[in-house]
Design a protein around this ligand. Sequence first.
Ligand code: ZN
Length: 96
Amino acid sequence: MDFFFCIPLVFGCPNKIKPMSGNQSPRICPRCHNASMFAAKSRTWFEFCFVPLIPLRSKDVWMCGICQLQTVMQPGWAPPIAEPGPGYQPAYIQSG
Ligand SMILES: [Zn+2]
């Protein structure tokens, strides 16, 4: 009796994006203009059957959580930090 195991062997080198730890101020995305950009580390893994095995290379990127824009970090440039506009009202007002 013969058994045939047909296991698809899948190789790949996907990028895993991991937000950098620490408190990050939201930054304005230059494409969709939402305050949804954050600093992240993009790491390419050698993956076998969807199991990440070997980290190949990593780079620091800015990543937008809404439009998925990714830009490699360059010295001297960062997305502008989102600041409350002139009409900003705090969510709650404490009165003495
Ligand atoms: Zn965006």
